[in-house]
Design a protein around this ligand. Structure first.
Ligand SMILES: [Zn+2]
Length: 276
């Protein structure tokens, strides 16, 4: 089986501060201490993109996108405009890294909560450029297929019928319409403004829905962005203990409740006025 494997520098890893409840080793949040942030690449009001101080994967270039100055907040708390600005900043730099020629693959993702694999509670996303890793080994296109919940402006929201791991996973799939009128060369993944705004809105709605649906303390999730033949895909994944069937044997679990997951999120969007 062909796989991507990369060195994780444990000497750097042990120095990382952790502020997530249950695994915390400090009460001082490094992302609140804005005055001492270094290697800043870009800012937009309280949104800051900078080099990750703990570049543990080698070889790679790791960046951090601090989403807000509100340490204890999360995506559902953001005003719509904040969410859109975060996505615009992240996607802009992700695409720049993909196009710069230095990396064979670039990943863009978010960890939130103790089950997500994250270490810092302060809301942030991450960008990592890998000079060597093969993007073809990072996903199977079938994992973005699913039961459609909503579609407008070339942005489709669905529930995975072929989950990467198991249980409920939501996908945002950008179709040709999201790139209509843009020249292919210039576009290179960048969708139209209104489609990118809708993508940001739907991420916010889906995360808000999940947090209400899976009522549990420390609810955790990941967002994963993908470049699939120059079109964007986003996976929104609630995180629980990873099923042993998957960890031990690579068996993916497809829940029988997919139609009701889809229906419940659809109802949430209806309440928010998305079907008017
Ligand atoms: Zn903080």
């Amino acid at each position: 089986m062909e796989i991507n494997i990369i060195n994780f520098n444990t000497t750097i890893g042990v120095k990382k501060p952790r502020t997530i409840q249950g695994i915390a080793n400090t009460i001082d949040c490094p992302f609140c201490d804005v005055e001492h942030l270094v290697n800043i690449i870009d800012t937009d009001d309280n949104i800051i993109l900078l080099k990750n101080k703990y570049n543990v994967m080698e070889p790679s270039d790791q960046l951090v996108l601090i989403e807000t100055d509100q340490c204890k907040s999360d995506i559902p708390d953001y005003p719509k405009e904040q969410m859109r600005r975060v996505i615009h900043m992240g996607v802009k730099h992700w695409i720049e890294m993909l196009n710069c020629g230095k990396y064979r693959s670039v990943i863009f993702f978010k960890n939130f909560g103790p089950m997500s694999g994250g270490t810092i509670q302060h809301p942030h996303m991450q960008l990592v450029g890998y000079p060597e890793l093969d993007p073809e080994l990072m996903f199977d296109p079938v994992e973005f297929e699913g039961l459609k919940i909503y579609e407008r402006q070339g942005v489709e929201l669905n529930t995975s019928t072929n989950p990467r791991i198991g249980f409920s996973e939501y996908n945002l799939v950008l179709h040709d319409e999201a790139y209509a009128g843009l020249e292919t060369e210039q576009a290179a993944l960048t969708p139209r403004e209104e489609s990118l705004n809708l993508l940001a809105d739907l991420i916010k709605e889906t995360v808000t829905f999940m947090k209400n649906y899976f009522k549990r303390p420390n609810f955790s999730y990941n967002l994963f962005f993908y470049n699939v033949e120059k079109q964007m895909r986003v996976k929104i994944m609630p995180r629980f203990a990873t099923p042993p069937m998957y960890v031990g044997y690579n068996i993916h679990l497809r829940p029988t409740s997919i139609p009701s997951f889809a229906e419940n999120l659809k109802n949430h969007l209806k309440e928010q006025g998305y079907f008017q």
